[in-house]
Design a protein around this ligand. Sequence first.
Ligand code: FAQ
Length: 323
Amino acid sequence: MNFNEKSAFMEEQARLDEFNRKLEAGEKIEPKDWMPERFRKQLIRMMSQHAHSEIVGMLPEGNWITRAPSLRRKLILLAKVQDEAGHGLYLYSGTETLGVSREQLIEDLHSGRAKYANIFNYPTLTWADIPIIGWLVDGAAIVNQTMLAKSSYGPYARANLRICKEESFHKKQGYEAVALLANGTPEQKKMVQDAVDRWWWPTLMMFGPHDSNSPNSSELINWKVKTKTNDELRQSFVDRTVEEAHAVGLTIPDPDLKFNEEIGHWDFGPIDFDELYRVVNGDGPCNKERLDARRSAWDNGAWVRDAASEYARKQKLRTIKAS
Ligand code: FAQ
């Protein structure tokens, strides 16, 4: 190693030591801080998948806006779906701080290269699916994102902090509507139980594979991007949700579900991870429909993007002329 190589190596080592010191001290890594390339790549992977999930996640619920059973429910649903769009935008902005462009991220989604949460590839067959998404899907997202609000990457932590505040409202409106249906007519009760039966297992899959099969977890936990494992989060979701289901007289579709007195948690049955991988890799009930809808929304919105960038260009020219 010559002198220049040696000093470059020492500089790199000093930057790595400072990065590790910050993590150790619980300080946030910010966009202008030095970070290992692999840390940056992992964050782009995870944050962009999260952003895509929020945006694609508008579709199953958006499907029911025109058919909501009352004006009150329609207003709530409109506001919720709009919130999910906002979450996607915070997350795309956060991801851009890592040096990747929004255009690239969108292109990756539209080409089918990018992943997004499995859950949004299932259909919303009845009105009861909408409250169930609020209760179960937002409920699962909150468990996961409350942890991510403490993530070591500043922009991601701050985005999740804000997202969680809105998601907790989403969950409450969902559970309130679930409770109403569960205590309604026999038809309403049947409809909401059928929705629980269809959404329960895909919701458990949202937390990802078991820890022993999760290639990214240990690296993300070492870097404090994640502070809990997939299985720990899933267990915490099951523990709180089973109690909520029982409180409104709903049954969880799992014959193996049993409270384990020894460890103080609910034991549950095996998850079909083949289904998770099938759905994530493009073969779920609605994958094609979801991507087609995103692509067509993008194409139909071209004139809005053109008008906005022309407006921004003109404003800039005006400012230059005035100065
Ligand atoms: N779906 O090694 P791990 C919401 C992939 S937002 C699809 O365990 P990791 C709001 C994973 O990417 C919901 N793919 O990965 C809302 C990896 O593939 P790769 C989204 C999945 O990163 C509510 C491979 O499997 N939330 O719901 C899934 O350590 C209502 C191996 O997995 C987030 O994205 C899955 N479920 O843990 C909106 C939160 N699970 O990239 C509208 C941020 C795993 O190596 C309406 N993300 N994979 O090719 C995370 O917390 C993590 O990334 C996990 C996966 C937990 C999703």
